[in-house]
Design a protein. Structure first.
Length: 580
């Protein structure tokens, strides 16, 4: 089908003609566009970001440049019956909205009228002629959220003073109809938007919304620690909970049982996944939201804090043709991120890499990812057995939770597959004991296990307020008794950037157990864990404590952080003098 013919004209010239832009401003923005941090950004996008032009002015300029109409979108402007002419995923991915069809011509709202390939694709999918009108991205996102059963919510109306708007709702909420009505009112929507927006801006991993004695307390988990963000009137808790349930497609009438759900949020043009969990308490439901911001997580092994010697050994281990690679540590220690980074490192078009996860946290290119569905009987073990019939080269199992999954993973490794998975253990050597306790025979573990990586996350010293200091004499003596010598100790004194904590960001400390032939024999012979650990140390295994103290010496983290995560783990048997 023929599409609208677009005669291009430079956007900058069109904006200058309209008086929205000067030639000097255009030159400055074009220079800024060459900056590596702005690579890939369109001129219009950069003009708005640098506050040189408004969204509406850029839309007018685009319309002038390409000879097409422009419009400020409203609900009455499009025909709801025609929206489903294109798949919902297509609309959200390509940022287009079908408005109406007259005879054999579809009028399509777009944000980039220069994309003739997209317009031709729409024409091919709809078998209609396509006429485009240009609109702002903000308008288009807002319209997409109003579509029936939309799963995408846009956070673009952030309140500066949440309490001023919240006070508009004065009445206590008694019945479910009131809750549903108030949860849809603007102040509550804006408050929830503000909570999510602020969490993403602060780099929070979790949001806790809970009832206190006289208020609703909102806390963020940042760098592993909880911080109070704000407090709102207590009578708003049911409305806040219901708004979040509506977004996550949960049952707002059910307040007696826990519920779990997911929601996708668009924030500053990037997609953020939220995992929602509600739990009834004595003062009302508590809501915890896990924030999964793929743009803030690096899936490169080089960026995860590996020391060079451990990184080289780990990278060599994940290149093996078969066997099991385990990553262990407590919840929230970055195990999944490490596995994702490892898979990313070895993924190629020649490999069939498959994952079984619960849930899928980040989507990776060239990797087939599958979601466990416990409610319908699709458990880790069943999914893994089925996946082995899909001709995989590499398999990642999100977590080994039971003996059946453990046995299936072992069998997969013994039949020529490379298997990645996680366990909850205190150190690397304890993973062997855990598998034995699950009922896996030691000779199978010895034959299949390649390596175990134990890891923890420690907070990094804030670079803006970092300074050298002398720790208490008791701490210094404790370090020396462990066989370490650290010359310089650093800490953050606290500043605005780090919320006066002295820390900003986190980094991993690692312990890597490579299973040598000597270790395989010991495992097969059912040697005690103490013997296995001593053999590993004799083979120069880098322990959590050693790697942590190495980062203290480098000024990356503090002694207190390392002792907190690795102070009582497996490092007491070191037979060599380990010095960072």
């Amino acid at each position: 089908m023929a599409t609208t013919q677009l005669i291009p004209k430079f956007l900058g010239d069109a904006l200058i003609d309209k008086g929205y832009l000067t030639a000097e401003q255009l030159d400055q923005v074009l220079d800024a566009q060459q900056n590596p941090s702005n690579r890939g950004k369109l001129l219009g996008e950069l003009l708005v970001e640098l506050e040189v032009c408004s969204d509406d002015q850029v839309v007018e300029g685009l319309a002038e440049a390409y000879g097409v109409p422009h419009a400020h979108l409203e609900q009455r402007l499009y025909d709801p019956g025609i929206v489903d002419i294109l798949p919902r995923e297509f609309l959200e991915q390509h940022m287009v909205l079908p408005l109406f069809v007259v005879e054999d011509t579809l009028t399509l709202a777009v944000t980039e009228p220069s994309n003739v390939f997209l317009i031709d694709e729409v024409a091919a999918l709809t078998k209609l002629k396509v006429q485009v009108i240009v609109t702002s991205r903000k308008d288009l996102l807002r319209m997409l959220t109003t579509l029936p059963n939309s799963k995408v919510f846009v956070i673009d109306d952030i309140i500066e003073d949440s309490e001023a708007d919240v006070t508009l709702i004065e009445d206590a909420i008694e019945d479910i109809t009131d809750v549903e009505e108030i949860a849809g009112q603007s102040p509550v929507i804006r408050l929830v938007n503000y909570i999510i927006f602020n969490a993403a801006k602060e780099g929070a991993s979790d949001i806790h919304i809970e009832a206190a004695d006289r208020c609703v307390r909102v806390r963020y988990r940042i760098d592993g620690k909880l911080y109070k963000s704000l407090e709102v009137p207590l009578h708003l808790l049911p409305a806040l909970t219901s708004r979040i349930k509506i977004m996550a497609d949960l049952d707002i009438s059910e307040r007696r049982l826990p519920q779990d759900g997911r929601v996708h949020v668009l924030l500053n043009r990037r997609k953020i996944d939220l995992r929602v969990s509600t739990f009834p308490g004595n003062r009302g439901e508590k809501t915890v939201i896990r924030v999964l911001d793929a743009s803030s997580v690096s899936l490169s092994l080089e960026d995860l804090g590996f020391a060079e010697d451990i990184l080289n050994q780990f990278r060599a281990g994940i290149q093996a043709p078969n066997g099991i690679v385990l990553v262990t540590g407590p919840t929230g220690s970055g195990k999944s991120t490490t596995l994702y980074a490892g898979l990313n490192d070895i993924s190629t078009m020649e490999n069939n890499i498959c994952t079984v996860e619960d849930p899928i946290e980040y989507h990776l290119p060239l990797i087939n990812q599958f979601q466990v569905q416990e409610k319908v009987g699709l458990t880790f073990s069943i999914a893994l057995r089925t996946l082995l019939r899909q001709d995989p080269d590499v398999v990642m199992v999100g977590e080994i939770r039971d003996d059946e999954t453990a046995r299936t993973a072992i069998q997969a490794a013994l039949t020529g597959h490379l298997v990645f998975s996680t366990l909850h253990t205190n150190d690397a050597c304890a993973a062997i004991t855990r598998l034995v306790n699950m009922g896996v025979e030691p000779y199978l573990i010895g034959a299949a296990l390649n390596m175990v990586l134990a890891q923890r996350l420690v907070r990094k010293i804030c670079p803006r307020c970092c300074e050298t200091y002398d720790p208490p004499r008791t701490l210094r003596r404790a370090v020396e008794k462990m066989g370490y010598q650290i010359d310089h100790f650093k800490k953050g004194i606290g500043c605005r950037r780090c919320r006066n904590t002295g820390y900003s960001g986190r980094i991993g400390v690692h312990e890597l157990l490579l299973v040598t032939d000597e270790l395989r024999d010991a495992i097969t012979a059912e040697a005690p864990i103490r013997t296995i650990r001593q053999l590993a140390l004799d083979n120069n295994m880098t322990t959590l404590r050693h790697d942590g103290f190495r980062k203290v010496q480098e000024g990356i983290t503090t002694l207190e952080e390392v002792l907190q995560v690795a102070g009582d783990t497996s490092c007491f048997l070191e037979s060599r003098e380990s010095k960072p």
